[in-house]
Design a binder for this molecule. Structure first.
Ligand code: ADP
Ligand code: DP6
Ligand code: CO
Length: 359
């Protein structure tokens, strides 16, 4: 293995938005949730992470750059992902470049990782989901780890919980699992990206600023202090998961929208029930909810579902293209970008068209 060769792999992974939210861990180190969750994987053209992983005998330590700035890999999450993939590394033979790496050599080789998000990082648009899913996927390719998507999802989960759902396109469920070691806490695809392709997603970027309370510390405080969370996780979410699976299967937009909106609102109620309370939404977020609610009511049948992650940005799912264009007209009327609101742009896209994240 002489010489100064470099082997590189680049992958691209879209983010996902939960329609039944994950909020709260029963195990912090392994990232095991207190309830199941369901998400929609988004169109990678608009919201995705691109990560290049490189290995070379000339690298003397593992290093990572995020959006062009070096970040520390010392945290447990990065170390868990690196350790899990390294332990599954296999022989690699790249005939074109004349590179051969034997399985046992991986433990002494170092990595350089460069990752870019094409959307705001740590602003409540699930950058940690796209980021860790992409990292795990790229590392597995680089090291020829022969794990399937669901096993990779359980590894990505140890980087960021929501990341396990970004290994699949379409509609995805993260099963909370029962095992103490977390082996059965992984993502499964409920329906692929071709299912229900009338839906159109519009994201209102209310703020691209980094949030004050990260998802990780926010949900830790909620678990410690909120009684409402216990009720939500035990009594409410299990029923909603069953109903949401049905709604997705039957393309029942009325139920889908009702469940999505109420679950988002309950998640933010749980944040408010945390001590001290956590405010992820702002005035503009609340005004967007009012506009959508009023419109849905005036139509008699819901046209649009809204959901907000741990940040002020609105993700809206329109039932079809007609509803999407009417929604956009209304939004541009009430919230013109860069006017007297703090809204700065709109992103419009489909559900994910992506199955295999590799490029
Ligand atoms: P978000 O709502 O954007 O997911 P979180 O608070 O959950 O915000 O997570 C933000 C953190 O996720 C960042 O501080 C960073 O540690 C990690 N992260 C974001 N993007 C990437 C990426 N492309 N690769 C690796 N980690 C990332
Ligand atoms: C509100 O997955 O970002 O977006 O597991 O601590 O990294 P960690 O948290 P993260 O939390 C996501 C919370 C959410 C809801 C969801 O995506 O299900
Ligand atoms: Co996150």
């Amino acid at each position: 293995m002489a010489g100064k060769w470099v082997r590189m792999v680049t992958a691209q992974t879209p983010t996902n938005i939960a329609v039944i939210k994950y909020w709260g861990k029963r195990d912090e180190a392994l990232i095991l949730p207190v309830n199941d969750s369901i998400s929609v994987t988004l169109d990678p053209a608009h919201l995705c992470t691109t990560t290049t992983v490189a290995v070379s005998p000339s690298f003397d330590q593992d290093r990572m750059w995020l959006n062009g700035k070096e970040i520390s890999l010392a945290g447990g999450r990065f170390q868990s992902c690196l350790r899990e993939i390294r332990s599954r590394a296999c022989d690699v033979e790249d005939e074109e470049k004349g590179i051969k790496i034997a399985k046992k050599e991986w433990e002494n080789l170092h990595l350089h990782i460069a990752s870019y998000n094409n959307f705001p990082t740590a602003a409540g648009l699930a950058s940690s989901a796209a980021g860790f899913a992409c990292l795990v996927f790229a590392l597995a390719k680089l090291m020829n780890a022969k794990e399937d998507q669901s096993q990779l999802s359980a590894i990505a989960r140890q980087g960021s919980g929501s990341a396990c759902r970004s290994l699949y396109g379409g509609f995805v469920k993260w099963i909370m699992g029962n095992d103490e070691d977390g082996r059965d806490s992984l993502a499964v695809q409920l329906a692929d990206e071709k299912h229900w392709d009338d839906l159109v997603i519009i994201i209102a970027v209310v703020s691209s600023r980094q949030k004050e309370t990260s998802s990780t510390s926010g949900m830790r405080e909620t678990v410690e202090t909120s009684l409402l969370l216990k009720h939500r996780a035990k009594e409410i979410v299990p029923k909603r998961i069953v109903q949401m699976e049905e709604a997705i299967k039957n393309r029942d937009f009325a139920s889908f929208a009702q469940l999505t909106c109420t679950d988002s609102n309950q998640f933010h109620a749980v944040c408010l029930d945390t001590s001290p309370p956590i405010f992820y939404m702002n005035d503009t977020s609340h005004r967007i909810i009012s506009v959508v609610e009023k419109w849905n009511r005036s139509e008699g049948v819901p046209q649009v579902a809204y959901t907000f992650d741990a940040g002020p940005n609105a993700v809206m799912i329109a039932r079809d293209r007609k509803a999407a264009s009417l929604l956009l007209q209304r939004l541009l009327f009430h919230f013109p970008p860069n006017a007297d609101t703090d809204l700065n742009s709109y992103i419009i896209g489909d559900k994910s068209i992506l199955q295999d994240a590799g490029i």
